[in-house]
Write a protein of this length. Sequence first.
Length: 54
Amino acid sequence: MVGDNLLNNFSSRQISEKTGLSKKHLEAHIKNMMEKLKAEDMSELIKLLKGLKQ
């Protein structure tokens, strides 16, 4: 669900409100996704996720 929202260009605040996840919990999900993407060498998606953390 979080990944679907990221693809739809929602801000982290909007995703938090929509999913009911706290911002801290959401940031943990984003961090985990970034680690997986680094392992898969997907630099463009990493840039997208870094932008959402702001």
